[in-house]
Write a new protein. Structure first.
Length: 134
């Protein structure tokens, strides 16, 4: 088996980030009594006692997506639509980083600056997710 090079590691990082977020979601959700995957948003988990795990999950996936995008830019030849696709994926990763860096507001009224940034980043990620998964 040959040694993995830097580009292979960037690709693997893109895969690992998703697993880190899933593990963080489940860990924080199962530690929070009364949390419902249907009723509550995953951003609410950051307000719980184990919320730091959720924050790490958001930051990790955002960072790993950005590393994955760097690997794509290095290895894949540019073609029609390439720049748009890479930009959307990069924007998605940046949104995940913002969601991790800024917590949601527990009451939503009045909104804090931190809550507004989280809300905008959440909307950005929510609307980009279907496009990025194509």
């Amino acid at each position: 088996m040959r040694k993995l090079d830097i580009i292979s590691n960037l690709a693997i990082g893109g895969i690992i980030g998703s697993y880190i977020l899933i593990i963080a979601d489940f860990t924080a959700a199962f530690s929070q009594r009364g949390y419902s995957f249907v009723r509550d948003s995953i951003s609410n988990l950051t307000l719980a006692s184990m919320g730091w795990i959720q924050t790490i999950g958001f930051l990790a996936i955002g960072l790993f997506i950005e590393l994955f995008v760097a690997g794509i830019l290095i290895t894949i030849p540019k073609r029609s639509g390439f720049s748009l696709g890479v930009s959307l994926l990069s924007f998605f990763g940046f949104g995940m980083l913002l969601m991790g860096a800024f917590r949601s507001d527990p009451s939503h009224v009045p909104y804090t600056t931190e809550g507004i940034i989280h809300l905008i980043a959440s909307a950005m990620v929510f609307w980009l997710f279907p496009i990025d998964s194509m």
